[in-house]
Design a protein around this ligand. Structure first.
Ligand code: SF4
Length: 66
């Protein structure tokens, strides 16, 4: 099963992932770093959005594992 993994040491809180998929990502109220609220994409559309979020993250903080 594909899983979204976030590297908080790399995340700069740019929020692009949240704009791409608000169902899967949120940002910490404290420092703006990413909070993955849905780490297993439920369907093909969610997986597509996850891939876009991985590609769009400016600090390469997101990845997908199988
Ligand atoms: S787009 Fe990347 S840097 Fe920005 S909040 Fe999401 S994971 Fe962090």
């Amino acid at each position: 099963m594909t899983k979204i993994v976030a590297d908080l040491d790399r995340c700069v809180g740019a929020g692009q992932c949240v704009l791409t998929d608000p169902d899967a990502f949120d940002q910490s109220d404290e420092d703006g770093t990413v909070v993955v609220i849905q780490d297993t994409p439920a369907d093909d559309e969610a997986l597509k959005r996850a891939r876009v979020a991985v590609d769009i993250c400016p600090s390469r903080a997101l990845s997908l594992t199988e």
